[in-house]
Design a protein around this ligand. Structure first.
Ligand code: PAF
Length: 309
């Protein structure tokens, strides 16, 4: 066990919601099970990989409003990182994360080590996300959603929540978790929580901390594209018009594109798509979703927004 985890494991628990006296931190499945057994009423889980920011805080606050007990899981899941991805450099900030959990009156944190979650090494059996797992993020990150759904399913079994809160920032993940819950008859309600943004529009993400000032400026292309697309849809320009407006706004914010300085960090578009709210084909009328992914330097960013056609 890492020194940081060891320092927190076994911190005192509490017996009821809203009661002062501390957050319980456990690192083993058996301690989690014992704490979970002692939770009467409605239980919510917020699953995280740590590096908590205000986007996570919104999840914690939403969970706290609906449940008698809130469990947070903190685990950087190796299964969802590709060989060239940032597993080793992914931020690990347990002390700061626990402070955020305390501020939001979380009851229990489950922060296992890799060997506790995967005692026999990487699992041979994984959840297959189906066709939706192969497109958008799944196309750029093969195996990503297999890894996500596998750990989400394990954490649902281990925490046995009535409610599970997921951020709309990872929209495809949230939809796939909902599909898994429906397809496998899991007894949990998946609750989506809207994206939290900086005042200039940048969606909060644990990966934003990798961005230099120049890259952060380039990253604004993503939210600018979404705003322009949503506004065009509102004006009645249809799916094609919304996409064209979004693409133009993305390029306008990117150095090197027409009208922009040649120097500076560049947001390199991976995809910009308009879909239905469940990520199916876009409707001709009614609600849709605009989703974007881009590379800014070595950092891959995603964002999305609702649109009304
Ligand atoms: O969204 C995340 O942080 C992760 O994908 C999750 C749901 C905690 C699974 O590792």
């Amino acid at each position: 066990m890492s020194a940081e985890r060891a320092a927190h494991a076994g911190e005192p628990g509490r017996t009821g919601a809203g009661e002062p006296g501390g957050l319980a931190v456990v690192t083993t499945k058996s301690d989690l099970a014992a704490r979970r057994d002692a939770m009467p009423g409605t239980v919510a889980v917020v699953m995280t990989m740590g590096a908590l920011h205000d986007g996570h805080a919104a999840l914690l606050a939403a969970a706290r409003r609906r449940a008698d007990h809130v469990i947070v899981t903190i685990f950087v899941n190796p299964l969802q990182f590709g060989p060239t991805e940032d597993f080793d450099r992914y931020p690990r900030t347990l002390d700061a994360d626990l402070a955020v959990c305390r501020q939001h009156d979380v009851d229990l944190v489950f922060a296992p080590e890799r060997a506790e979650m995967y005692p026999h090494g990487e699992p041979a059996v994984r959840v297959n996300p189906g066709p939706l797992g192969e497109v958008l993020e799944g196309a750029s990150r093969p195996g990503f959603f297999h890894g996500v759904l596998t750990v989400v399913l394990k954490l649902l079994h281990l925490t046995r929540p009535h409610l599970a809160f997921f951020g709309e920032k990872d929209y495809q993940q949230m939809i796939l978790v909902r599909q898994m819950v429906a397809d496998l008859d899991l007894p949990v309600e998946v609750v989506g929580v809207p994206i939290v943004r900086e005042p200039d529009g940048l969606a909060l993400s644990s990966r934003n901390r990798y961005l230099s000032a120049e890259e952060r400026a380039a990253a604004l292309s993503l939210s600018a594209a979404l705003r322009a697309g949503a506004a065009a849809a509102e004006r009645g320009l249809g799916a094609d018009g919304a996409l064209a407006a979004a693409r133009a706004a993305f390029s306008a914010g990117t150095p090197g594109e027409p009208g922009q300085p040649a120097e500076g960090a560049v947001a390199k578009l991976d995809y910009l798509v308009l879909t239905g709210p469940d990520l199916g084909p876009p409707p001709t009328h009614g609600p849709g979703r605009l989703l974007v992914a881009a590379w800014v330097g070595a950092t891959r960013l995603i964002d999305n927004a609702p649109v009304r056609l």
